[in-house]
Design a protein around this ligand. Structure first.
Ligand SMILES: [Mg+2]
Length: 266
């Protein structure tokens, strides 16, 4: 790990330590990203799956934390539920645009349906001209995936910027081979803050694990609250802790949940 020091620029800490294994679930509020954190990255968002060992660890950890475990994802809540079934956990979906609390109550940020329609159809037109691009319509946003056509990153960004320039309510969020157009300004930090104001999360020390640049808002939020931010994989980050890859994170999660390490990765 090479750390670059620049005299005046305040670079985020380059995390290199794995987090400790003595985290007390009874005193921790767990927030976990989904893609690249609980499930590996697939060519299409619909193709991912969660290993049974991970689902089992989540269920056990949620119980040990008295329910203070939430998924904080760019996916919508319905997708998270389907991928983690039979688990049904608190979820902050669509980067904070929707949230289901521990009591099962759903909150959604209101968005302009006409705006969503206009942006959705412009993105659909680009996808129609370029096979391999993928449009994903979510509550409150439209994502344009270019995992299968990485050479079209510039074309996708150009359309996204033009649409954002046309309407100031649109916020662009760039992730791994995807650009997302959100119709209201919310982030994963808002989702975490919402949970932290409520039982059973309130009063606990927050922990957030994620893999992407879209998780940095969430990292900053838990650091501000004296919690633990965990980055998975490479890249500059505000997180103080890091796992080199998703398998190492899953081993840690299994250990936290009291699953036997010797089972290994399935
Ligand atoms: Mg992710």
């Amino acid at each position: 790990m090479v750390t670059t020091e620049q005299s005046s620029a305040r670079l985020p800490a380059t995390a290199s330590r794995e987090p400790p294994r003595d985290v007390d679930p009874a005193a921790t509020a767990f927030f976990l990203d989904f893609d690249g954190t609980l499930a590996g990255i697939a060519h299409e968002p619909g193709a991912v799956r969660v290993k049974p060992r991970v689902t089992e660890a989540l269920g056990r950890l949620a119980a040990a934390a008295n329910g203070a475990l939430a998924i904080v994802s760019g996916r919508d809540i319905a997708q998270v539920d389907a991928l983690l079934a039979p688990l049904r956990l608190p979820v902050g979906g669509v980067h904070g645009l929707e949230r289901r609390d521990a009591a099962g109550r759903l909150q959604r940020v209101a968005v302009d349906a006409a705006l969503a329609e206009r942006v959705g159809s412009r993105v659909a037109a680009l996808v129609a001209r370029n096979p391999g691009l993928l449009r994903e319509v979510k509550p409150g946003s439209v994502a344009l995936h270019y995992r299968k056509r990485p050479e079209l990153a510039g074309t996708c960004m150009e359309l996204a910027r033009r649409l954002a320039d046309e309407d100031g309510r649109i916020e662009l969020l760039r992730g791994r081979k995807v650009v997302e157009l959100k119709f209201a300004r919310r982030s994963k930090a808002d989702a975490i803050a919402g949970f932290m104001a409520e039982p059973p999360f309130a009063g606990r020390k927050p922990l957030f694990a994620g893999d992407d640049v879209t998780d940095e808002d969430g990292f900053a939020e838990v650091v501000r609250r004296g919690g633990m931010a965990i980055k998975i994989g490479d890249g500059e980050t505000a997180a103080a802790f890091r796992f080199a890859g998703i398998d190492a994170f899953h081993d840690w999660l299994a250990a936290m949940a009291g699953l036997d390490d010797a089972e290994g990765t399935q």
